[in-house]
Write a protein of this length. Structure first.
Length: 368
């Protein structure tokens, strides 16, 4: 007589993240992921702008990264070499120039606004008297009196300046680090985001292409054109002996972003000022150089658009930049066009979906 065998315990399936979801479990997971994503965006949002700029620059420098990698036979070494070149050749001089020119513009602006006539404004602009601190004239008693009278305001101003400088330094460090990382793992990060996007792969791929399009369009198509116009105008200011040539070149580069008028907003008043001050020859030369500067926009931009076309109307691009600056500050120059271009591409995809749905319904009705 056989003894009854003991019943075997029920097998409990191992817990894993890939088991079939229970009812409503998928929706709960979706809400949890949505909450985690909102929290992650809130944490990363203050540091997003330098990373996006680094991603664009790394995408533009990717062909050079591939060439240097074949030369040094190590991708990390090639990325490190390009990062050092970026910092020493481009980033450091650019930061120093912008800080110097910004301080000059900030100092010159109030002096021009307090001028009583156009002639006085031109003389004020052309004066090269330094307003810097002369150590021989430094008076500690005067400094103590100023601190006593305006101590709270000076402290608040100093704190604001330190906060701004710390933000700039943090942004530069983050940009350099992100540029290096994207040169090494940029394609892998792009594939990771596309695979995990809640949108279909084709739609996510199109939005990713728009992201790179905006970066190339702003940095190459718009940025290089404005930089070229500002450089040509600066040469003209130096040749004609216009004072504060670097400041005017900086302003010309900024005004070149404005559609239609662009750089003429700066070089036309300068030419008029030269004629008004009796320097007819310099005025004629500046007028001719200015025409070349404005014409360069129509000649250079189509050439750059072959590899850096931004499919936004010039007026819409300018409005997106201004609106971005109003809402987000300086980084709005990048985020404004990016969000507008993503919105236009999203509307285009919705239109295509409606047309495809209407065509399918028409075909089904015809078969019936």
């Amino acid at each position: 007589m056989k003894l009854a065998s003991k019943p075997r315990p029920l097998a409990v399936p191992a817990q894993s993240g890939t088991e079939p979801p229970e009812p409503h479990a998928q929706s709960r997971l979706g809400w949890a992921v949505f909450g985690f994503s909102i929290a992650a965006c809130a944490v990363l949002l203050p540091l997003t702008a330098p990373v996006i700029l680094a991603a664009w620059v790394a995408h533009i420098a990717w062909p050079l990264q591939q060439w240097v990698s074949r030369w040094v036979r190590h991708r990390a070494s090639a990325a490190a070499l390009l990062t050092v070149v970026l910092v020493l050749v481009l980033l450091l001089p650019l930061v120093l120039s912008v800080l110097s020119l910004s301080s000059a513009v900030a100092e010159l602006g109030p002096r021009l606004l307090h001028s009583k006539s156009a002639t006085e404004a031109w003389q004020t602009f052309g004066s090269s008297a330094s307003t810097g601190l002369d150590p021989r004239q430094f008076d500690w008693h005067r400094l103590a009196q100023v601190l006593k009278e305006h101590g709270a305001r000076a402290l608040a101003t100093g704190q604001a300046v330190l906060t701004t400088l710390s933000s700039v330094v943090l942004g530069v460090v983050l940009f350099v680090a992100a540029f290096y990382v994207f040169l090494i793992d940029g394609p892998r990060a792009r594939d990771w985001l596309i695979e995990r996007s809640p949108l279909p792969r084709g739609q996510t791929q199109r939005l990713a292409n728009v992201f790179t399009e905006v970066g190339r369009g702003i940095l190459i198509g718009t940025g290089l054109t404005a930089l070229l116009q500002g450089g040509l105008a600066t040469v003209g200011y130096f040749v004609t002996g216009v004072p504060q040539a670097l400041v005017l070149g900086f302003l010309t580069c900024a005004s070149a972003l404005i559609p239609s008028v662009g750089a003429a907003l700066v070089w036309v008043p300068v030419s008029i000022g030269l004629f008004a001050s009796g320097r007819t020859g310099a005025g004629v030369a500046m007028l001719a150089i200015g025409c070349v500067v404005s014409t360069a926009d129509n000649l250079v931009r189509p050439l750059l658009a072959r590899n850096a076309e931004l499919r936004l109307n010039g007026l819409v691009l300018f409005m997106a930049m201004l609106g971005g600056i109003v809402i987000m500050g300086t980084w709005g120059l990048l985020f404004g066009p990016l969000f507008v271009r993503l919105a236009t591409e999203g509307l285009t995809m919705l239109k295509e979906q409606r047309e495809a749905r209407a065509a399918a319904e028409t075909e089904q009705s015809g078969v019936a």
